[in-house]
Design a protein around this ligand. Structure first.
Ligand SMILES: NC(=O)c1ccc[n+]([C@@H]2O[C@H](COP(=O)([O-])OP(=O)(O)OC[C@H]3O[C@@H](n4cnc5c(N)ncnc54)[C@H](O)[C@@H]3O)[C@@H](O)[C@H]2O)c1
Length: 317
């Protein structure tokens, strides 16, 4: 993408900051982020092509001003309350940020006739499934408030296409990982485990570790995110973002301990009662066929790059 004016909501977050970095050399980028989960240090705030707005998408006056002040060619809506465990503890907050917030962004897009809009959804929309790879045709079966809220955002995005003609595209991310995602209580397993490993602590495995997930390196995540707003066939469609390769959670833990030389080993803890998904694997046939998406980074290579990034950060030197 080149020569565009782009809004990224949630641009200080794990995926948003990588998207902003990819866009910055050749596009004007505006991001709005309230730093509830993200970090200013993820971005070069002095970059001449970047306008950073520190605020919430729930602040309708501020959001309206952001849209009034720029003429966006593309809007990537990534800002969200993240993720399942947090939503189980505070479901109302998810509703506000992920449903109301999405509605506010879509409304501004409609009012300002934005040519292309991408909505960041989640594989958690699918729920437990039946062990087969998840295809976009499967009936969603969300099992956490977060999943409900992300799915509601999807439905609104699709309805804004059908009713108002807004050119929306939905991407359901399956466990994206890589530089830019900081560890935290509610964060994904890979940054949490690198943090534990670099501190010599045992990696905590929920359940037996036999569950499988589809881990996608951030560069591939950004590739499909950009394809979603470039390809005419993407409009009004939902796509999985994954690799199509399953990894057992226990194998992931051993890889991270092996890479880091962590003496802490492994520790088993109880599976949270809401985590009822034994295997979550993306079918990526639709994205390959319609978008030409082709994930390139293997799990081993992605983990090596993520490890290098962690080691280069002040907190881990
Ligand atoms: N990372 C993954 O594996 C994954 C998987 C499935 C779906 N997703 C979705 O992709 C998107 C990006 O995920 P991420 O991993 O980068 O999450 P993240 O938490 O790192 O980034 C989200 C950003 O949104 C910001 N934000 C939250 N509430 C806001 C508000 N009210 N106003 C403005 N900004 C706000 C946060 O501060 C944060 O910087 C989210 O919509 C998430 O639901 C991510």
């Amino acid at each position: 993408m080149e020569g565009k004016t782009v809004l990224v909501t949630g641009g200080c977050g794990a995926i948003g900051s990588n998207l902003v970095k990819r866009l910055l050399p050749n596009n004007k980028v505006v991001t709005i982020d309230d730093l509830s989960e993200g970090f200013e240090k993820n971005l070069d705030l002095t970059h001449e092509n970047l306008t950073y707005v520190n605020g919430s998408i729930l602040d309708r006056a501020l959001l309206g001003k952001v849209f009034d002040d720029h003429s966006f060619d593309v809007v990537f809506h990534l800002a969200a309350a993240f993720a399942n465990q947090k939503s189980v503890e505070n479901p109302r907050h998810d509703l506000e940020v992920n449903i109301d917030g999405t509605m506010f962004v879509l409304e501004e897009c409609r009012k300002h006739d934005i040519p292309r809009v991408m909505y960041a959804s989640s594989s958690s929309s699918y729920g437990p499934g039946n062990g087969d790879p998840f295809t976009e045709l499967m009936v969603p079966d969300p099992s956490t408030p977060y999943a409900v809220s992300k799915l509601a955002g999807e439905y609104y995005s699709l309805v804004y296409h059908k009713v108002y003609g807004l050119n929306t595209t939905i991407i359901r991310y399956f466990n994206s990982f890589g530089p830019g995602e900081w560890p935290g209580k509610y964060r994904n397993v890979i940054p949490r485990w690198f943090d534990m490993a670099l501190k010599g602590k045992p990696l905590t495995i929920r359940g037996t570790g036999e569950a499988t997930r589809d881990f996608t390196y951030i560069d591939d995540t950004i590739d499909i995110t950009l394809l979603a707003v470039e390809h005419p066939k993407a409009i009004g469609q939902v796509f999985n973002s994954g690799t199509g390769t399953p990894t057992k959670v226990i194998d992931l833990a051993n890889k991270i301990n092996g890479l880091t030389g962590n003496p802490g080993g492994l520790e088993t803890i109880q599976m949270p009662h809401w985590d009822n998904v034994p295997d979550r694997l993306a079918s990526i046939g639709k994205a390959k066929e319609l978008l030409g998406y082709n994930p390139k980074v293997s799990l081993d290579e992605g983990l090596r790059k993520t490890y290098e990034w962690f080691k280069s950060q002040e907190d881990y030197k």
